[in-house]
Design a protein around this ligand. Structure first.
Ligand code: NAD
Length: 426
């Protein structure tokens, strides 16, 4: 393909040089003339292992060059990749999309003149809604025929320092677009990645990019907070983390990585509190760990808010124990949710396959006795609850409820707090 890459920065320089290595012809468009001259003289504008060699090789074949004149290139290319900067405000986090807007204006001018269809891939990191809301909307406002272009967001996951191997051998290739057909038009850019390509919605791919980097930041900060607490009590921080990551069933895995209801039970809340206390009692600042309980409790408040918004009175809650296949109601988010609903005057019915007040012992029995409304509102026949409730709240990720929910009359509102209705049994 004949490709134009706009923005000769860390992403553009690597993208352009690698695409030439993969057999494409690339012109890098950059408004900074000094960068353009350096690049055309085979000098990399950025420090990146292996890049100078790729630039030299590409320029020698005549298939790689840089220019500051966008107008001509945008008339000739088959595909344009946008990799301009999108810095965020240090105080508010708001992304500055001025460069994306400017590039959109330039591409629009070319589209008005071109007869051949142009594929436009945004690779700059942008907030969800930008590709459709800024780029496509501008083209539409300019009266540009939608058959003259296809538009996608293709997130770039390369890391500086290992950018060439990250670009050349990604673990997956994501193309976000309005339709799958439109997304497929971009496969010509990386046909060798078809088996690892995911086609998704534009906004999902835009969101994914910032979510991924935030996840990396979270992992680093978690490890650093564990390091600070460990050091303060004389425990080897590296050994703790090495043993943590040695488990790939629960620890380094997809377990617990789905949005759902709040966590609870006899272990997670208790041990989190204990770790936070340990850190604080040694004067260690651990804002990430200390904020988890607050975020978890907010998850319950949000659920209550969603039920209140529905403006219906009779609520059936499926699941009282903190998870399926146990009768443990210690720190169950369901108990807190039900208390809050009763406090707001809702009629609540509760069902749980395992919880039976007459069979509870110890702390669980104490909780049961302290919350007499649990016993008063518990039903043993789930069908009664389904018939009498206007809202069915799924508060426990229990596959036995999946079957039951399949036969619910359509006038009932189902509020799935757990993500169960989107999961399949393992
Ligand atoms: N740096 C990374 O490792 C990395 C990785 C993945 C994604 N990203 C994202 O990719 C985007 C680019 O990042 P970067 O680090 O390469 O940025 P950068 O600042 O190094 O490069 C951007 C380049 O675009 C040029 N530019 C801006 N407007 C232009 C225009 N209208 N015409 C021509 N050139 C123009 C600038 O002069 C600059 O040279 C950002 O959104 C960033 O968040 C960066």
């Amino acid at each position: 393909m004949k490709i134009a890459v706009i923005g000769l920065g860390y992403v553009g320089a690597v993208t352009g040089s690698c695409l030439v290595d993969l057999g494409h012809e690339v012109t890098l468009i950059e408004k900074n003339n000094e960068k353009v001259s350096l690049f055309n003289a085979c000098i990399s504008p950025i420090a990146e292992p292996g890049l100078t060699d790729l630039i030299r090789k590409g320029i020698a074949t005549g298939k790689l060059r840089a220019t500051s004149d966008a107008s001509q290139e945008l008339l000739l290319c088959d595909l344009v990749i946008v990799s301009v900067g999108t810095p965020t405000n240090q105080a508010t986090g708001r992304a500055d999309l001025t460069s994306i807007q400017n590039v959109t204006f330039e591409i629009a001018e070319a589209l008005k003149i071109r007869s051949a269809k142009l594929r436009i891939a945004i690779a700059s990191t942008v907030p969800p809604g930008t590709t459709e809301g800024i780029v496509r909307e501008y083209f539409e406002k300019q009266g540009i025929d939608s058959n003259k272009f296809s538009l996608a967001f293709i997130p770039e996951f390369l890391r500086e320092g290992s950018a060439i191997s990250d670009f050349m051998s990604p673990t997956r290739f994501i193309i976000g677009s309005r339709t799958q057909n439109e997304a497929r038009e971009f496969m010509a850019m990386r046909p060798e990645l078809l088996d690892i390509t995911h086609f998704t919605k534009t906004e999902t791919s835009e969101m994914l990019k910032t979510v991924e980097n935030s996840w990396h930041a979270t992992k680093i900060t978690f490890a650093n907070e564990i390091g600070r607490i460990s050091r303060s009590v004389g425990v080897d921080e590296n050994e703790v983390m090495d043993l943590l990551i040695a488990d790939n069933k629960q620890n380094i895995s997809s377990t617990y990585m789905k949005p759902g209801f709040a966590f609870g039970g006899s272990c997670l809340p208790k041990d989190l509190r204990s770790l936070v206390y340990l850190g604080h009692s040694h004067g260690v600042q651990i804002p990430l760990l200390a904020g988890i309980a607050q975020s978890n409790s907010h998850q319950i408040d949000v659920a209550v808010g969603r039920i209140v918004e529905l403006k219906l009175r009779r609520v059936g809650v499926l699941g009282l124990a903190f998870k399926a296949n146990t009768d443990d109601i210690r720190e169950s988010p369901s108990v807190t949710l039900i208390e809050s609903l009763l406090g707001k005057g809702f009629d609540v019915q509760i069902h749980d396959f395992e919880v039976d007040g007459s069979k509870l012992f110890g702390v669980n029995l104490d909780i049961w006795n302290q919350h007499s409304h649990l016993a008063q509102n518990m039903v043993s026949n789930v069908q009664d609850l389904l018939e009498e409730s206007e809202i069915i709240v799924l508060a426990q990720h229990n596959f036995r409820y999946q079957e039951i929910l399949k036969n619910i009359p359509s006038d009932k509102v189902i509020l799935d707090l757990t993500g169960l209705t989107r999961s399949s049994p393992k």
